[in-house]
Design a protein around this ligand. Structure first.
Ligand code: PLP
Ligand code: TYF
Length: 397
């Protein structure tokens, strides 16, 4: 029966983890997958999460099925975080929010809903983008193309080309946009450039699907979420936001995320929500309890919320320190090429500009694992491994 089943290629990023695990070198360094590690190289368990879990364990509630759209208090907390507590769209009940299995789950529920709504629409993702964007929207039945993004020569975003591509898209095209901390390049567009993107979305009737997987890792929670305020202020009636708490709460394995769909009216919101629930019910029925309970408890308890903001700021600042240190140490190691762009990039990643053969040498000769595209996870650097990484990079250049 399965004789004709072909071996699927490994996920280019998660596949690296397997290779890394099998590497017996004691001083190997994993800069492949996008995961934040602390300065001791450990995956953190945030103190706010631990405190919320202690509260939840003591309350010891039974675990019935959740509603299809998840914990109501969680959905509300997500809305306040993403749109702002005083947002008019919330006061007017114009946002449908569902608890999702991570940011990926939010993207998939949104994709399934959009496919039913407009089966002929095309999807555009940035060139390059998180590879799972392409796979996910393709699997949901869409034809996926790209809009220009990375400018390798000038180390930044080819903004004019990006805007031209958006302006050339057919009405109804779904445009996946990274809200902040672009994965994989680390280059974001400016607020003024966002204004132009939003104008194109409005003028060409595009469907904006914002993916916010790193809120708080760029400049802060409000700063990184500012693009949402720009969409609202511009009066964009309908847009999508996928939220992930995997990184910002260091809750990767709990699969905590959400999808929010901004609608034109309260009545439209109710109808959209009913369709999102069908997508959920026919995929996994309803979401799990634990992670969302933890996040809702933290967001809704002022002391824990303040603690979370501190801990998130700590992660953000440590990444920035590693960026500065990496750029400085490369200079100190005698590297002539300008790596100053590392400190201008934001979030967990740096598109280093290293070539595939150089990335292979890093891996094979030095046990330093990054993605073949040249992407390295700066959030996995620490004061113990950085010298080794710098020496390895200097050697392959
Ligand atoms: N979107 C982007 C851009 C990401 O980098 C990631 C990373 O994992 C995700 C979505 C998925 O997040 P989650 O692990 O919450 O599904
Ligand atoms: O880009 C990354 O490294 C993270 C983690 O299929 C990830 O977003 C990578 C690949 C994947 C799922 C998550």
């Amino acid at each position: 029966f399965f004789a004709a089943v072909e071996m699927a290629p490994r996920d280019p990023i998660l596949g690296l983890n397997e290779q890394f695990a099998a590497d017996t070198r004691a001083d190997k360094v994993n800069l492949g997958v996008g995961v934040y590690f602390d300065d001791a190289g450990k995956l953190p368990l945030l103190a706010c999460v631990k405190a919320a879990e202690t509260q939840l364990t003591e309350a010891a509630k039974p675990r019935g099925y959740l509603p299809i759209d998840g914990i109501a208090a969680y959905d509300k907390a997500v809305q306040r975080l993403v749109f702002g507590a005083d947002s008019a769209v919330l006061a007017d009940s114009r946002v449908a929010t569902i608890q999702a299995l991570g940011g990926t789950g939010g993207l998939k529920v949104g994709a399934d809903f959009l496919k039913k709504l407009n089966p002929a629409a095309k999807v555009l993702i940035s060139d390059p983008s998180w590879e799972n964007h392409r796979a996910l929207f393709t699997n949901a039945g869409f034809e996926v193309g790209t809009y220009s993004y990375y400018d390798a020569e000038n180390r930044g975003v080819k903004f004019d080309a990006m805007l031209a591509d958006l302006n050339a898209a057919a009405a109804g095209t779904i445009v996946v946009l990274h809200a902040c901390c672009h994965n994989p390049t680390g280059y974001d567009i400016t607020p003024a450039q966002w204004e132009q993107v939003i104008a194109a979305v409005k003028a060409k009737s595009l469907v904006a699907f914002l993916d916010m997987a790193y809120q708080g890792f760029g400049d802060g929670i409000a700063e990184d979420g500012a693009v949402i305020q720009q969409f609202l202020a511009a009066g964009v009636e309908n847009f999508f936001v996928a939220t992930s708490f995997s990184k910002s709460f260091s809750l990767y394995g709990e699969r905590v995320g959400a999808l929010s769909v901004v609608c034109a009216s309260k009545d439209e919101t109710a109808r959209v929500l009913s369709q999102l629930k069908i997508a959920i019910r026919t995929n996994y029925s309803n979401p799990p309890t634990h992670g969302a309970q933890v996040v809702a408890t933290v967001l809704d308890t002022p002391a824990l919320r303040a603690q979370w903001e501190d801990e998130l700021a700590g992660m953000r600042q440590r990444i920035k320190q590693m960026r500065t240190l990496l750029a400085e140490k490369l200079v100190a190691a005698g590297v002539k090429q300008d790596f100053g762009f590392i400190v201008r990039q934001r979030g967990m990643f740096s598109y280093s500009g290293l070539t595939k053969p150089q990335m292979e040498r890093l891996r094979n000769e030095f046990g330093v694992y990054g993605v073949d595209s040249g992407r390295i996870c700066v959030a996995a650097l620490n004061t113990q491994n950085i010298d080794k990484v710098v020496a390895a990079i200097a050697a392959v250049l």
